[in-house]
Design a protein around this ligand. Structure first.
Ligand SMILES: *[C@@H]1O[C@H](CO)[C@@H](O)[C@H](O)[C@H]1NC(C)=O
Ligand SMILES: *[C@@H]1O[C@H](CO)[C@@H](O)[C@H](O)[C@H]1NC(C)=O
Ligand SMILES: *[C@@H]1O[C@H](CO)[C@@H](O)[C@H](O)[C@H]1NC(C)=O
Ligand SMILES: *[C@@H]1O[C@H](CO)[C@@H](O)[C@H](O)[C@H]1NC(C)=O
Length: 487
């Protein structure tokens, strides 16, 4: 936690400045932990996917003179978490001096010291081999079934057929235990942030169906390793936030300020940089008041007699990342009466019997399944039609707003319950009327910050002499940064 906070620093701005900032951020996070200890617990167990895990299955297919041939399968059994490029990197420890003679469908990223061997050398002699997936389009004789996906694993809901990967491994120089049993590899890791793996345990041998489906063969021995995800281990700071608006109120409830970090100081920080985890580039986030890479906007758009319509927009503020196979999980009591969803796919998540109040949404392949990096097309949107439940439907107390939203399995920061727009349409109209009467006392609605921010780096709120609100912004496209006022 402290490590994570320490890693957050600005790329622009002096050393001393950054350590002061770090101290401040740490104390904010500590304060949050003290004030809301529930936040910590809610990360460690996910009620929307209680059985989610990634399983590594190690099937001994055949013993050889000095070792064995095994088929290794990696299955993603998580409902909405997936593995993006650069993908999994399976690492383990050999119990003895095992070597990998050959491998199909994947490769060890380093060979290590094979100087003990003469003639043909093993593929890998490391005590801790690291195996990575091959790319699609690998020559046929290096492939095995279900291989070569560049390490990408879909969630089981989005791609039941692409949520698994396999490789075949020829192990030599194995050591046997006291009862002449083959010793199993240990200390597995997936090389993915937030996942921890257990030990390899014995499992019922896997059965394989022959091509004509008339005969079953089975593995000599099967081990299984279960890896589970914890958002708390993965990242101490959230990565998305939710903003709300309705047709019946002029108030836009923005993402809570500093949801994912703070855009410190008027001129110091331009982007928030997170520590670099492995090979994925650190998120360079566009400067906003929430500093989240992802913002989800929920707009209650229309109320018909029997239905209501909501528009959901997901905006990518990350300047260097395209989210492939992105997904949203939404919890709202009225989703049970979801009638139509435009331009997204959806599926209910049912963990507690047939209660359809939680649904998963994702993009249509080749249309909007990739959420592009920040810019003109860095957003995806949908509209949904929900049937009103006469017993429960109300605009009061924010009933039309979601209870919880997740993006790619990460919890999004919600605005506080108390700040949801109240039905104040009448009030607002009356006020406008009053204004036209010439009193000019109440300020006009705030300018749409999102529009203002399109090309701008950093904005601060201003009030002019007439007490109108405006944003003074630094323009991204003009160097050096020139202040402009918008809209
Ligand atoms: C892993 O997920 C599978 C599929 O959902 C489930 O059957 C299995 O019990 C899970 N394993 C653990 C240890 O939770
Ligand atoms: C490689 O391993 C051999 C023994 O197997 C050892 O003698 C040699 O020093 C090792 N080389 C390096 C560079 O570690
Ligand atoms: C994201 O996708 C766009 C359009 O395909 C491409 O121009 C851009 O380089 C990609 N960005 C990254 C970080 O891969
Ligand atoms: C939940 O949705 C499924 C379809 O996905 C439907 O068959 C089932 O009846 C629904 N359950 C309730 C309680 O509405």
């Amino acid at each position: 936690m402290a490590l994570r906070a320490r890693g957050i620093h600005s790329i622009i701005g002096g050393e001393g400045e950054s350590s002061k900032k770090t101290a401040r951020q740490c104390s904010i996070i500590l304060l949050l932990l003290l004030v809301c200890p529930r936040a910590v617990n809610s990360y460690s167990y996910d009620p929307f996917d209680p059985n989610g895990n990634i399983t590594i299955k190690w099937d001994l297919m055949q013993l050889t003179d000095s070792g064995y041939v095994a088929m290794v399968d990696i299955n993603n059994y998580q409902l909405f978490r997936h593995v993006e490029r650069p993908g999994w990197k399976l690492k383990w420890e050999w119990p003895g001096d095992e070597v990998i003679w050959d491998i199909r469908g994947a490769e060890a990223s380093e060979q290590g010291n094979c100087s003990k061997y003469k003639g043909q050398l093993p593929h890998c002699c490391l005590k801790w081999p690291v195996v990575v997936d091959l790319l699609p389009g690998t020559p046929y004789n290096y492939q095995v079934r279900n291989c070569c996906k560049a390490g990408v694993l879909s969630s089981i809901t989005q791609g039941p057929s692409s949520s698994a990967a396999s490789f075949q491994i020829d192990v030599g120089n194995i050591r046997y235990g006291k009862k002449h049993e083959v010793l199993r590899p240990r200390n597995f890791a997936l090389g993915l942030h937030g996942y921890t793996c257990g030990e390899a345990i014995d499992s019922d041998p896997t059965k394989f169906l022959s091509g004509d489906k008339r005969r079953k063969t089975q593995a000599l021995h099967t081990w299984k390793v279960t890896c589970s995800y914890s958002q708390f281990i993965a990242s101490a700071s959230p990565s998305c936030c939710v903003s709300l608006s309705t047709f019946y109120s002029s108030t836009i409830v923005e993402c809570p300020h500093c949801s994912c970090g703070c855009p410190d100081g008027p001129s110091a920080v331009k982007f928030l940089q997170f520590p670099n985890d492995g090979d994925s580039p650190p998120p360079f986030v566009r400067c906003t008041q929430h500093m989240c890479p992802i913002q989800i906007h929920w707009h209650v758009k229309v109320s018909y007699r029997e239905y209501w319509r909501v528009k959901v927009t997901v905006t990518n503020y990350n300047l260097v990342h395209n989210y492939s196979e992105w997904n949203l999980v939404v919890n709202h009591p009225n989703l049970e009466r979801l009638t139509q969803v435009f331009s997204f796919e959806h599926e209910y998540l049912r963990n507690y019997g047939p209660i359809n109040d939680t649904a998963m949404f994702w993009g249509i392949p080749y249309y909007n399944d990739v959420l592009l990096q920040y810019g003109e097309s860095g957003n995806v949107q949908t509209e949904m039609l929900l049937r009103k439940d006469p017993a429960a439907f109300t605009f009061k107390a924010g009933w039309t707003f979601p209870r919880r939203i997740m993006f790619n399995g990460e919890d999004c920061v919600m605005p506080p319950r108390t700040s949801t727009p109240a039905p104040q349409l009448l009030l607002w109209r009356r006020r406008r009327h009053h204004n036209q009467g010439g009193s000019g006392l109440s300020p006009p609605p705030r300018p749409p910050l999102a529009r203002c921010l399109r090309n701008l780096l950093s904005c601060s709120q201003l009030r002019d002499n007439l007490r109108r609100t405006a944003y003074k912004c630094l323009d991204f496209s003009i160097m050096p940064f020139n202040p402009v006022t918008c809209p």
